[in-house]
Design a protein around this ligand. Structure first.
Ligand SMILES: [Zn+2]
Length: 363
């Protein structure tokens, strides 16, 4: 049987695993408009869904941090009540299922949704209900998807221990881990050591946004001081890799450690191009890191702002680097091995869903 041709339909059918996706970065533009109207939020730049979608992508592309942050002011601005959170979570699952995602860990910072008085517990419960709604609707439409939650603390605030405790409190209700997000420069991960120590004592899982814009010290601290299991982005690990003119590769000690320990890199190519962490998809370090067999995974980061899906990221990488179905299967199995659910559950998805799905495409 020959390999399946690469078309939007076959890419959609390829099983996908997503480890790095922000709930407040993935709303449907039409939903933003409707939630704004329902809640009296009047700060949107336009109430035309199509124009708003384009505005989000342009603002994220503009190179201006102020405009980029404004995009999240709007999405978070319309997610301040339980019904809105539940709807956004349910639609997130539906959109991921339609993209062929079979397992996802979606993250958000509960502290961003307390402007109108919601408690952290109510926020987590509303999002979990939304994910369950979405899984049911996806199943009704013929797609099996499992979506779990990572709770983020914002680096610039001082609530990381409280959020870590929240994550542990809901560990049996679908919250599988913790993360810190927000500006890297000036807010090293070691500011949150008490949260990471608490999580380790609880045998709980966490990842850390590190090495996106900021360099090696941030990655080193995240791994060696905080004990992170995965790296959110981790792009700058390339700064510790030297490729000589004759093609010989030399890994520094940190890069070697990351590769030897199989520390997963949650790479988000389009997002990195938008924020300037990589000049283009074709020049993105994901090419070199994949060639060197780091534990690379493909992610979306913010689907609304980047106008992307896991499928579109896969297609762009196939285009830029000539990857085939076997390569996509490798990225997908890497991601599944790196998920925060139990070993048995990961193995079941790899053997029962991912491998048969790719076998049909590889031919
Ligand atoms: Zn992120």
């Amino acid at each position: 049987m020959p390999a399946a041709p690469v078309t939007p339909d076959t890419i959609r059918r390829a099983p996908k695993v997503l480890l790095h996706d922000h709930l407040d970065g993935g709303l449907r533009p039409g939903t933003v408009v409707e939630l704004a109207e329902a809640s009296g939020y009047t700060a949107l730049p336009t109430t035309d869904a199509e124009q708003l979608g384009a505005w989000f992508r342009e603002a994220a592309d503009s190179g201006s941090l102020v405009r980029y942050l404004e995009t999240f002011a709007h999405t978070c601005g319309v997610m301040q009540d339980e019904a809105a959170l539940r709807r956004v979570a349910a639609e997130c699952v539906e959109d991921l299922a339609a993209d062929g995602v079979v397992y996802a860990e979606v993250r958000y910072a509960p502290e961003l949704f307390t402007e109108r008085g919601l408690s952290l517990d109510v926020i987590v419960q509303a999002v979990q209900e939304g994910f369950a709604d979405g899984e049911r609707r996806a199943a009704g439409a013929g797609s099996t998807i499992s979506v779990k939650t990572l709770l983020c603390a914002m680096r610039q605030n001082a609530r990381s221990l409280e959020i870590a405790e929240l994550a542990v409190r809901y560990r049996d209700s679908g919250v599988v881990g913790f993360d810190i997000a927000g500006p890297e420069e000036g807010f090293p991960p070691t500011r949150n050591l008490d949260a990471f120590e608490y999580l380790r004592q609880q045998n709980a899982h966490f990842t850390i946004h590190a090495g996106e814009a900021f360099g090696l010290p941030s990655i080193w601290e995240a791994i060696q001081h905080c004990g992170t299991e995965r790296l959110g982005h981790g792009v700058r690990i390339v700064d510790d890799i030297k490729v000589a003119e004759d093609g010989t590769v030399h890994l520094g000690r940190l890069a070697a450690y990351v590769r030897d320990r199989r520390i997963p890199l949650e790479m988000c190519p389009s997002s990195n191009v938008q924020t300037g962490a990589a000049p283009s998809i074709a020049e993105h370090p994901i090419g070199l890191l994949t060639r060197l067999r780091f534990r690379v995974t493909i992610n979306t980061d913010n689907r609304l702002m980047s106008g992307c899906s896991v499928g579109s990221e896969m297609a762009a990488l196939m285009d830029a680097f000539g990857y085939d179905w076997a390569d996509l299967q490798w990225f997908t199995i890497n991601a599944m091995k790196s998920a925060f659910i139990s070993f048995d559950e990961r193995l079941a998805i790899i053997n029962n869903v991912i491998k048969p799905g790719y076998a049909a495409l590889i031919g």
